[in-house]
Write a protein that binds this ligand. Structure first.
Ligand code: ZN
Length: 103
């Protein structure tokens, strides 16, 4: 379902270290800013900090969970990580069949 716009985002990016979470947030931010994806507001957010706060460099909570949708094709992406115990998380398309590559 992924399109040419979000093709580059259709990867599973493992987040194991804080700098990797920061990098995933930065990539999501760039793609929100250039209009590739939009944040899907959550009615039941996992964390206090909103994505825009995270994108602005504010500290994250114990759990980060954000979802995005491609503005062209509707592909859904998830950025999720458990930061407190350091077990990490992933940036990934929610549809596992859309994963082109594991990074
Ligand atoms: Zn797309």
């Amino acid at each position: 379902m992924a399109c040419t716009k979000c093709n580059d985002l259709c990867v599973r990016f493992a987040i194991r270290q804080p700098y990797e979470l920061r990098r995933a947030i930065d990539i999501a931010k760039q793609n929100v800013e250039d209009g590739t994806i939009s944040e899907i507001p959550s009615s039941n957010p996992l964390s206090q900090a909103t994505f825009s706060q995270l994108a602005a460099g504010e500290p994250w909570d114990d759990i980060v969970g954000c979802r995005f949708r491609c503005n062209s094709c509707g592909e859904i992406f998830s950025l999720h990580a458990e930061t407190y115990h350091g077990s990490g998380g992933y940036w990934e398309p929610e549809n596992k069949r859309s994963i082109r590559e594991n990074l």
